[in-house]
Design a protein around this ligand. Structure first.
Ligand code: NAD
Length: 358
């Protein structure tokens, strides 16, 4: 990428503005970025009557990347189907930016393996990435009701499977880097029952032909759900269609036991801007108190540097700094257990900045 990267920043609602401001400090420690801060979500409903204005969507499309905090909160909760909702902004962004791949890395920080619901010896060494197809499948097929009968149709085209498979194989290669480790993609389907899954398996197998250096394994989704908790450390990249990926990515996310630690990226076509955001929501219960855990957003910024700007080294610097402050024992309230000392957003941010400086 040439020149200063242009980032549209969407702090959103609740703790969003707090964690995004902290993340800008971290990014500023790594280089120069041009920020364009905009309203999206509940704050945009208050100002403009809609969660995402055309102007903001255009700005996002024209940026090098979009960094999002979180949206939503009780103020905008409504049962009125015609009232605007903050989540509409997220869906509008996905659609308007053509984001078809959702990437969720699951890498429990060594200092936090004790927070996992799994025993330490099972979770140790886990470092996997779930790549989920985001715009096809049963969520977007024809659906309806006829009397007592309802249907939801699952459809996938060769083109849709091909492009998400390439995202997964490319990500596997990038993750292995120069480590000498053979990258692996585990493709998840239900090919023993579903025709869309048989097409999925066929196309993924064909794409694998272009990636001779990457190992491919196929798993049925029921088996994958079991293996993810019984041997999580054996996975590298998990590739899945929309519905299976929705479920498996939450299952995989809980392996860490720490919602405040999980980043995500949503990517579109090669060269188009991606959207980077923490997995957690706007946490309205703690908004404005200065106690939010900013680490998932720092790690989302690391994904932006790696996947959006090709700056893997800077991404690794953030990840190493996050591991280091956790190793030092720093814990925000959501991570602290028992009588462990707690720090707020500002102290956690200062500690990460000190690591980056050191
Ligand atoms: P949530 O993730 O906001 O909060 C769940 C619990 O985790 C809360 O107790 C919260 O205090 C805590 N928590 C979450 N993130 C934290 C952080 N960074 N530091 C410390 N504690 C943290 O989920 P929810 O309560 O179900 O939803 C709250 C709002 O967020 C709702 O309006 C929901 O629609 C919205 N939401 C938005 C997104 C998004 O913007 N992508 C995702 C999920 C939920």
């Amino acid at each position: 990428m040439n020149g200063t990267p242009r980032i549209v920043v969407l702090p959103g609602d609740g703790i969003g503005p707090e964690i995004v401001a902290a993340t800008r400090e971290v990014l500023d420690a790594l280089g120069e970025f041009a920020y364009d801060e905009r309203l999206m979500g509940g704050c945009s409903i208050d100002a403009h009557g809609t969660a995402l204005t055309d102007e903001v969507l255009d700005a996002c499309r024209g940026a090098d990347a979009v960094l999002l905090g979180a949206v939503g909160g009780p103020k905008w909760d409504t049962t009125d189907p015609n009232a605007p909702r903050p989540e509409q902004g997220l869906l509008g962004l996905r659609k308007g930016m053509g984001l078809y791949a959702n990437l969720r890395p699951v890498r429990p920080s060594p200092a936090l393996v004790g927070s996992s619901p799994l025993r330490e010896e099972r979770i140790a060494g886990t470092d996997l990435l779930v790549v989920r197809e985001l715009t096809g499948g049963i969520y977007f097929g024809d659906s309806g009701r006829d009397g007592d009968v309802a249907h939801d149709t699952c459809e996938y085209s060769v083109g849709e499977i091909d492009r998400i498979a390439r995202t997964a194989f490319d990500a596997a290669r990038r993750r292995a880097g120069g480590s000498g480790r053979k990258p692996k993609v585990t493709s998840v389907d239900k090919a023993n029952v579903l025709e869309t899954s048989r097409l999925w398996r066929e196309v993924v197998g064909r794409v694998a032909g272009d990636y001779a250096d990457v190992e491919l394994e196929h798993l049925l989704v029921d088996n994958a759900a079991m293996q993810l908790v019984s041997r999580p450390a054996d996975f590298d990249v998990v590739l899945s269609e929309n519905l299976f990926g929705d479920i498996l990515s939450d299952e995989a996310a809980m392996l860490t036991g720490s919602l405040g630690m999980l980043p995500s990226a949503s990517l579109g076509a090669e060269g188009a801007p991606g959207l980077f955001e923490p997995v957690h929501g706007s946490a309205p219960d703690i908004a404005g108190q200065g106690v939010a855990n900013p680490l998932a957003t720092f790690l989302s910024a690391a994904m932006m540097l790696r996947h959006g700007f090709g700056r893997g080294e800077d991404a690794a610097r953030i990840e190493t700094a996050v591991d280091a402050v956790l190793e030092q024992g720093l814990r925000t309230a959501d991570l602290a257990s028992g009588d462990e000392d707690q720090v707020g957003t500002a102290e956690m941010t200062a500690a990460v900045l000190a690591e980056l400086d050191g």
